[in-house]
Design a protein around this ligand. Structure first.
Ligand SMILES: [Zn+2]
Length: 313
């Protein structure tokens, strides 16, 4: 039996999950999942201590001896510097440059516990490929290429090649939220202008709507989708523009990578209107004579991040 811990650190919530991999087929058993607000407002050290305390409490409740845990994985937003296991320009600024894994195992009193940190979209894609909507594909072909795209508060991505996540030369591969879709477009925290994340994300959709209706009529992305479903002309226009930019991004990625499939995750990707007609929109933009690969929805829901983190090694 292989006892593991996966931690998915999100902008608003953090999930700690305990897993077991059982048998020769590495059947995944979820023992415990706990979600709590990501609260770093009192500083990084108190946050790490609270995280360690929450892990110890789950272990106690589940009767798990932390000394017997074989691996602890962490997923968080931001690009990974694979040399020193830190995040570069995380959208959770307090985490940038911090050696979260090292610090956490120290506070847990388990300095030898193997651990690794990775971009959260990579964790999502690994989980979906091994235990979610890509599972069948992985079983049938070992050579394929898949793309994971997470549309939530921000926009993340991951690339899966021949049975594992492709990190690129320095761990930057798949950082597709910061590819430019609008030259001279909106400025982004990464330092560039017109990044895909500024448009195809919960925040991007909210801002696009607000620009059309004025600052005093702010709405959440889910409310804007609901208005568009009812035929509201401004919300419909915003969603239409978002989809056009999304199709442009996906079309560019398909032409560059020629993936076998694309798996979509993140809260905004659950909106049926976002994907309605998207396959046809993509086919229209394909290189002559080619069809776009299938766009699949995620099947693991909120658990994908922590599952993928627990399986990093
Ligand atoms: Zn950017």
């Amino acid at each position: 039996m292989d006892q593991r811990i996966g931690i998915d650190i999100g902008g608003t919530k953090t999930e700690i999950a305990f897993f077991r991999l059982v048998g020769t087929n590495a059947e995944l058993q979820i023992q415990a999942r706990e979600r709590s607000p990501t609260s770093i407002k009192n500083g990084y050290e108190p946050w790490i201590s609270a995280l360690a305390q929450a892990i110890s409490q789950i272990a106690e409740k589940q009767g798990v001896d932390l000394e017997k845990v074989s691996f602890l994985g962490l997923g968080a937003p931001g690009s990974l510097n694979s040399e020193n296991q830190t995040l570069v320009r995380s959208s959770i600024p307090d985490l940038s440059g911090k050696q979260i894994g090292d610090d956490l195992v120290q506070v847990l009193g388990l300095p030898k516990l193997p651990h690794r940190l990775e971009n959260d979209a990579n964790c999502f894609l690994r989980a979906e490929m091994l235990y979610g909507s890509g599972q069948k594909f992985v079983k049938e072909t070992k050579d394929g290429l898949a793309l994971g795209v997470t549309v939530g508060t921000g926009l993340g991505g991951g690339i899966w090649v021949r049975g594992k996540i492709f990190g690129g030369h320095r761990g930057l591969a798949g950082e597709l939220g910061h590819t430019v879709v609008r030259p001279q477009g909106k400025s982004c925290f990464c330092g560039r202008r017109g990044c895909a994340e500024r448009y195809i994300s919960g925040v991007g959709i909210r801002e696009a709507y607000q620009e059309k209706v004025g600052p005093d009529q702010a709405k959440r992305a889910s409310e804007i989708f609901a208005l568009a479903e009812k035929g509201d002309p401004i919300a419909t226009e915003v969603i239409h523009e978002t989809k056009e930019i999304f199709a442009l991004l996906l079309g560019n990625l398909i032409n560059a990578l020629d993936p076998d499939l694309i798996i979509l995750g993140g809260g905004v990707s659950n909106q049926p209107l976002l994907l309605d007609g998207m396959q046809a929109l993509l086919n229209k933009g394909m290189f002559y004579g080619y069809q776009a690969p299938p766009l699949l929805r995620h099947t693991l829901g909120d658990s994908a991040g922590s599952i993928g983190a627990a399986l990093i090694d």
